[in-house]
Design a protein around this ligand. Structure first.
Ligand SMILES: [Zn+2]
Length: 151
């Protein structure tokens, strides 16, 4: 369906304009912090008695989405598309291939660097993928629970 209306969401001006309105909408939604998978996990942690976490703590490398300073556990909740999930292999955008390739490589490199920097400071790093939250939220909670019990 073609529409002449201005989209009601805000683009950040960095990405090329996707040809499909829906693609554009999805992309602008999944960039920010406090994303839906992150909120879902936070709620589940809280409901399972695993509160006491910090959100996007600025004092440690990479500002992990969720962290437990007491046991030095950092959790990144990664969107499968932006961080190139190895489990579900999200499709590569069909246009502007070079732009996306560079963008994705940068994201993946940054993720790696953040993990390494955290580990150097004695943090344990857990990456939870968006698809894992969708497929088996309880399992994600259990992974974090095991760390809480162990340390
Ligand atoms: Zn995935």
């Amino acid at each position: 369906m073609k529409t002449t209306n201005q989209p009601s969401y805000i683009r950040d001006g960095r990405a090329p304009i996707p040809q499909k309105d829906t693609t554009s909408k999805v992309m602008s939604l999944i960039r920010a912090k406090n994303t839906k998978p992150e909120m879902t996990l936070r709620k589940a942690l809280f409901a399972n008695g695993l509160s006491g976490y910090r959100l996007h703590w600025k004092k440690i490398p990479g500002k992990p989405d969720i962290s437990y300073p007491g046991i030095k556990l950092a959790i990144f909740v990664h969107g499968c598309f932006w961080h190139r999930c190895p489990n579900c292999n999200p499709p590569f955008p069909k246009s502007h291939k070079r732009f996306w390739k560079q963008k994705f490589e940068k994201n993946v490199e940054r993720d790696k660097r953040n993990s390494q920097d955290l580990e150097k400071q004695g943090w344990k790093v857990v990456t939870i993928w968006e698809c894992e939250i969708k497929d088996d939220l309880q399992n994600c909670v259990d992974i974090i629970r095991i760390f809480k019990l162990k340390y």
